[in-house]
Ligand binder design. Structure first.
Ligand code: FES
Length: 110
């Protein structure tokens, strides 16, 4: 799995539900299968679909949105909380994670 900083997420994004990478999310004992559109942060997308994943600052500072990437690649524009060990253990910030590539993605909220 790959994590890489990106300079900006200011470009216009679309949350159309018929485009994007296949995404499987395990949260609160349920499994959700969706299409995740490019350039939309994971937590923002999931909340737009009524999946009430943890979310607090939305700025990459608090760690309130931590999830575990179990498949695929994402990038994070800001990461002020996860250290190298966290990243090596596939932790991501849901408020910052956006698609990187065209592979299917799987995420688990512990
Ligand atoms: S909500 Fe604070 S780091 Fe993601």
């Amino acid at each position: 799995m790959l994590y890489r900083s990106i300079p900006s997420r200011s470009k216009r994004v679309s949350m159309e539900s018929n485009t994007g990478n296949p995404l499987v999310v395990e949260f609160d004992g349920e499994r959700h299968e969706l299409l995740w559109p490019p350039a939309v942060p994971l937590a923002v997308f999931l909340k737009s679909r009524g999946i009430k994943v943890p979310y607090a600052c939305g700025e990459g500072f608090c760690g309130g949105c931590i999830a575990r990437l179990t498949g695929g690649n994402v990038t994070m524009a800001i990461n002020e909380i996860l250290d190298d060990d966290d990243l090596a253990n596939d932790l991501i910030l849901g408020c910052q994670a956006v698609l990187d590539g065209d592979e299917p993605i799987s995420v688990r909220y512990d």
